[in-house]
Design a binder for this molecule. Structure first.
Ligand code: KIV
Ligand code: ZN
Length: 515
């Protein structure tokens, strides 16, 4: 029986960030990168350094901070992209450049407007150039799922000869089905003469809901790297979800005959962090990390589980970290205990001022809520960083009034570019009244595409975590806010979304090349 390890390559910070509205700040990316390092992910794709100066900075600071995982930057098969990626990765303990070019007839003809021979030449140039700058180079054939097998063999052989040590086969549009995709991987490994000089990787999108199944079929047929994301985040329907890949490999080792190096107890904390930061809630019935994944509703199941857990459970909730949301701190905890737990969670403070601000908010929270859990601390930190004084809109004060039979009203004081403005409005409910009041001054012309409230922990004193998705002229942003009062959390989330709409967004999508 083989015990080979599958390399887990996480692309939450790159492909995941390409989900509409999932864009993250440098600080948020760093927090996720630290959580991925605690999860013991082998490779972290930190971003696409060429996309914007902000993306460059994020890749650079992740490369400077992360020591245990390889840090990777995506780059098109262009000299300027590769140079930028190498520059961002210069201080990495272990850095990787991931360069790609499309190989399907439809992409070569209509997107690249290039002949197949020129695509091979460009791929070889890109891999060689990258290898002159870094030792670890991955090459991807974009839209491999719809590419011709003979052409894939030709370009991959040339890329390996040029120095690529990982060859990635993306199913870019989620078109593959498991038996066919597995067969493609087997064929490539068998037919390419120098296939033994590279690790074969897969990167599956979930358009048909088959990303995990396709990835596992590829593993059965010889792939030894899987590209995936936390909560399955990613372009359109997302990527293969890391938690499902890892737990399938662990739980069905008897069939799959491989292992991963993942510390599975960190799965749920990582999932919550990504959901909190991006404002993408996890559906309750999502495998492994959904709130119902280990809950038993029916009496027969509950009875069975109580008698013998394995009657209805194939995994242990604690193995994926359901109990790691530790009760950490309380009202009497001092600044040192606070700082220590934050650093155990991978949170560091930019300066003394930020620590003071976070600690004073912690004290306010501890007055309202007797037990403070890790998730509360993560939410608190997001809140501190969302209320950066440099932002255009700041919530100063809020009063909301509801009474049976009366029209709900809200009165808010908001700083707009440093100037306090008072606004009032009525609405169908207090939240509606607040959003209308904010819009009387912001006049954003944005459409409210999603409003979601969830409890961060259990109990009625839990903080409410609110996500607000706004859409304006095709641009989507997700704002988030947390508070023990969900009405205040809603106002914070709406203001956060408005500030994101105000922020500069000139960043290039690596695949479409569009800003
Ligand atoms: O889906 C895809 O093809 C990608 C590549 C850039 C690897 O994300
Ligand atoms: Zn992708």
């Amino acid at each position: 029986m083989s015990n080979e390890q599958v390399i887990i390559f996480d692309t939450t910070l790159r492909d995941g960030e390409q989900s509409p509205g999932a864009s993250m700040t440098k600080d948020e990316k760093l927090r996720i990168a630290k959580s991925l390092e605690m999860l013991k992910v082998d490779v972290i794709e930190a971003g696409f350094a060429m996309a914007s100066p902000g993306d460059f900075d994020a890749v650079k600071s992740i490369a400077e901070t992360i020591r245990d995982s390889t840090v990777c930057s995506l780059s098109r098969a262009l000299e300027k992209d590769i140079d930028r990626a190498a520059e961002a990765l210069k201080n990495a303990e272990r850095g990787r450049i991931h360069t790609f070019i499309a190989t399907s007839p439809i992409h070569m003809q209509h997107k690249l407007c290039m002949k197949p021979g020129d695509v091979v030449e460009q791929a070889v140039f890109a891999v060689r150039h990258a290898r002159n700058l870094i030792d670890d180079v991955e090459f991807s054939c974009e839209d491999a799922g719809r590419s011709d097998l003979d052409f894939l063999c030709r370009i991959i052989e040339a890329a390996i000869d040029a120095g690529a040590s990982t060859i990635n086969i993306p199913d870019t549009v989620g078109y593959a089905v498991p038996h066919q995709f597995g067969n493609t991987i087997a064929q490539l490994i068998e037919r390419i003469p120098n296939a033994d000089k590279a690790v074969f990787s897969v990167h599956c999108h979930n358009d048909l809901g088959l990303a995990v199944a396709n990835s596992l079929s590829a593993v059965v047929n010889g792939a030894r790297q899987v590209e995936c994301t936390i909560n399955g985040l990613g372009e359109r329907a997302g990527n293969a979800s890391l938690e499902e890949i890892v737990m399938a490999i662990k739980t069905r080792k008897d069939e799959l005959n491989v292992t991963t190096g993942i510390n599975t107890a960190q799965i749920v904390p990582a999932s919550r962090l990504v959901s909190g930061i991006t404002g993408f809630p996890v559906q309750p019935n999502k495998a492994i990390v959904g709130a119902n994944a280990f809950a038993h509703e029916s009496g027969i199941h509950q009875d069975g589980v109580l008698k013998h857990r394995e009657t209805y459970e194939i995994m242990k909730a604690e193995d994926v970290g359901w109990n790691t949301n530790r009760l950490t701190l309380g009202k009497l905890s001092g600044r040192n205990a606070f700082k220590t737990r934050m650093s155990e969670l991978g949170i560091t403070f930019a300066d003394q001022e930020e620590l003071n601000e976070a600690f004073s908010r912690f004290k306010v929270l501890a007055d309202k809520k007797s037990d403070i859990f890790d998730d509360d601390l993560q939410a608190l930190m997001s809140d501190v960083r969302n209320t950066n004084p440099a932002e255009k809109y700041q919530l100063v004060d809020l009063q909301a009034y509801s009474k049976i039979g009366a029209m709900p009203e809200a009165k808010l004081t908001i700083n707009v570019d440093g100037e306090a403005t008072e606004v009032r409005s009525q609405g169908d409910g207090p939240v509606d009244a607040i959003f209308k009041a904010i819009e009387t001054i912001a006049n954003s012309r944005a459409r409210l595409a999603l409003y979601n409230v969830s409890a961060i922990t259990s109990g009625t004193d839990s903080q409410g975590d609110v996500s607000v998705r706004l859409e304006r002229e095709g641009r989507i942003v997700n704002g988030s806010g947390a508070d023990t009062d969900i009405v205040i959390a809603s106002a914070k989330a709406y203001i956060n979304a408005l500030n994101l709409l105000e922020s500069d967004h000139t960043k290039t999508n690596p695949q479409t090349g569009k800003v």
